[in-house]
Design a protein around this ligand. Structure first.
Ligand code: PMP
Length: 410
């Protein structure tokens, strides 16, 4: 379904939160890179599970448990298909952060014994801090693929950095701070040629770019349901089957074992080997429903609409006193700075008009340091945003700029 301004506004009816008013004004939600709103059908799917099918999985042979097990298994298959993978290559975690931590606690067992972890200068803290700790534990160092002035990666520098010293290459698909889309296929191919383990942080990628992990050819791909219209508290880690089989478990306990004696244990098949304890069963079902929602529209169509909104907003934001930090290719995310007004003040003041935007370092403090700024204002689009949302933001910004100018005179 091609999205137009009219049907974007109509789609809002599927999301109960848009019935809310903020300060008596309609809710204008432009913080979709942080989390998206949830359609009614996702909320219904979660409630339906608790009302009609609730039981623990894999444990009972009674009907409810069989239903829960079947639905949870189906959710693996739905997420797998969405990413171009098989059901048994999908591990449910709490979120992208946990997926990346799972790797940072286990991947040393299967990586080539070399000294470098290669990341990019654009990473979210979730794809940086776990590797800092990993580097300390394993006496390794992190090297960074630099970002160029146009906010894209320097692929020539990447070519030189990724080589015989690279044990792990872990790169973000889309920068949450600037919206830049990285050519992960190209980077993964460099990593593969060097014999490194290749990981993609797809927290933003999966929401804005159709993903096929087999085409990207990465070993692991991490994402979160909550950025894809699904519930919080559930994410996925895709792993190439033969590597998941070699990778040691991350958490130990029930469900992840095959046999247990008083002294030792053996591990269950993948993905159960990585899903210790009772998982977020209802949320996994909600995740699958969110993907079904995306598929009724088509991620390509969602991405096309986000690009249209981005172009519209970029034109409108070319205003005195506003600096855009934006490359030529972006996934519905725009960062900007308002001269002499702190990003937190901007975010807090536009919120008086019912407009939700993000102000701050966006969990990318080193990147902000490189740019020489404490933070930015960030707007990020989704399927239910319209041109009028952007117009309201622009008029709220003009009001704030005027207010600060007048304030400066007194
Ligand atoms: N990586 C990127 C690029 C992100 O944008 C985010 C979320 N802002 C994360 C990782 C972490 O995702 P989560 O908080 O769902 O674990």
């Amino acid at each position: 379904m091609k999205i137009t301004n009219d049907n974007a506004k109509e789609l809002r009816n599927d999301f109960p939160i848009f019935k809310r008013k903020i300060n008596g004004k309609p809710l204008i939600y432009l913080d979709n890179a942080a989390t998206t709103q949830k359609p009614q059908r996702v909320l219904d799917a979660i409630q339906r599970f608790y009302e009609q099918h609730n039981a623990n999985i894999h444990r009972g042979v009674y009907q409810l448990s069989e239903e829960a097990t079947e639905q949870y298994g189906r959710a693996h298959a739905v997420v797998g298909k969405f990413l171009g993978a098989n059901a048994n290559e999908i591990i449910f975690t709490r979120n992208t952060t946990e997926s990346l931590n799972l790797l940072a606690y286990t991947v040393h067992a299967i990586m080539p014994k070399r000294k470098h972890i290669v990341l990019t200068e654009l990473e979210h803290h979730s794809n940086l801090v776990p590797w800092q700790q990993f580097a300390k534990r394993h006496n390794m160092s992190i090297v960074f693929i630099p970002m160029k002035k146009d906010f894209t990666l320097d692929y020539d520098a990447a070519e030189k950095l990724i080589g015989g010293d690279t044990a792990i290459l872990s790169v973000g698909h889309v920068s949450n701070a600037l919206g830049s889309i990285n050519d992960v296929k190209k980077l993964v191919s460099m990593g593969k040629n060097a014999g490194a383990i290749t990981i993609v942080d797809g927290a933003q990628g999966a929401a804005h770019v159709p993903v096929n992990v087999k085409d990207i050819n990465c070993d692991f791909y991490a994402c979160s349901a909550h950025k894809l219209f699904g519930p919080t508290g559930i994410g996925a880690l895709y792993g190439r089957k033969e590597l998941l089989e070699k990778l040691p478990p991350f958490l130990f306990g029930g469900d992840m074992i095959k046999t247990v004696s008083y002294q030792d244990a053996t591990w269950n098949d993948v993905p159960m080997k990585f899903e210790a304890g009772t998982g977020a069963i209802a949320d996994a079902i909600g995740f699958a429903e969110a993907i079904a929602f995306i598929q009724t529209i088509g991620l390509e169509n969602i991405a096309a609409w986000e690009r249209e909104l981005t172009q519209y907003a970029l034109k409108k934001l070319r205003l005195p006193g506003i600096t855009l930090l934006h490359g030529h290719d972006s996934a519905g995310i725009i960062s900007f700075i308002c001269e002499e007004i702190h990003a937190h003040d901007v975010a807090s003041l536009v919120s008086d008009d019912g407009v939700c935007i993000r102000g701050g370092h966006h969990c990318a403090m080193p990147l902000m340091g490189k740019l020489g700024i404490p933070g930015t204002c960030r707007i990020s689009f989704s399927v239910y945003n319209s041109f009028e949302d952007i117009d309201q933001l622009i008029s709220s910004l003009a009001k704030i700029q005027h207010m600060f100018k007048e304030g400066g005179k007194t």
